[in-house]
Design a protein. Structure first.
Length: 227
């Protein structure tokens, strides 16, 4: 029966370790080639090629080192569509995306941020342009939502990513040629991880603050001194 996991599939007897399935993932632009041999299951994808969102959030990590292979056009379009579908304040959609694949441009962009070196080795970078964030605080919040949507969509396809802060926006403007009334503060690198095991590796202990340190209920209350 559809929806009942079988051994070797996500949620089945081997759930929790890397397993694989051969069923392709459908997208509006056609069938996506598998990221390695097959689309990963048991780590992020559930049966039917749909993302297990909770699992994706749990396993998602920054990937800065990429395999030397291009991304399929269908995967690139899926990532960009996810950003386009992001929520925004009053549905203003205050973003434009520039998808960068030319190696010279990627290398040049990698020099516009102190920690942007990973852009140089990525098969794809997406620059997120916005109006002047000084207009209202929600502009950068909305750009962040678009970034998160794109990164989760990529993770579902076995594609890693990492944010890069752009510290030299005018230098970036000269590289990408965007108008003066748009601003660039962040770009995202995308690519298949050089080490595919990161896609299903469990989170490292202590990587996030405990819930009791960040969550309050109903009203603010004093926290224990050792949290």
């Amino acid at each position: 029966m559809a929806g009942n996991p079988t051994p070797g599939r996500a949620g089945g007897a081997t759930a929790g370790r890397a397993t694989y399935r051969s069923r392709p993932v459908p997208f509006p632009w056609g069938t996506l080639p598998q990221p390695e041999k097959n689309v990963i299951s048991g780590g992020v994808l559930s049966l039917g090629g749909c993302m297990d969102v909770a699992q994706a959030i749990r396993l998602k990590r920054a990937v800065r080192s990429y395999a030397a292979r291009p991304l399929p056009e269908a995967a690139i379009q899926a990532i960009l569509l996810a950003g386009r579908r992001a929520q925004s304040a009053k549905n203003t959609q205050p973003w434009h995306f520039i998808a960068v694949q030319e190696r010279t441009s990627l290398e040049a962009l990698s020099r516009t941020g102190t920690f942007a070196g990973h852009l140089a080795g990525a098969p794809l970078a997406v620059a997120i342009l916005t109006p002047d964030p000084a207009q209202r605080w929600s502009i950068l919040f909305d750009a962040g939502q678009a970034a998160a949507y794109m990164q989760l969509a990529a993770w579902e396809l076995g594609i890693g990513s990492c944010l890069a802060t752009i510290y030299e926006p005018e230098q970036a403007r000269s590289i990408l040629g965007f108008p003066d009334d748009y601003h660039l503060h962040v770009a995202i690198s995308f690519g298949y991880p050089a080490e595919p095991a990161v896609l299903t590796a469990p989170p490292r202990p202590g990587g996030r603050r405990p819930v009791v340190a960040v969550v309050q209920h109903e009203r603010w209350s004093e926290r224990p001194a050792d949290i």
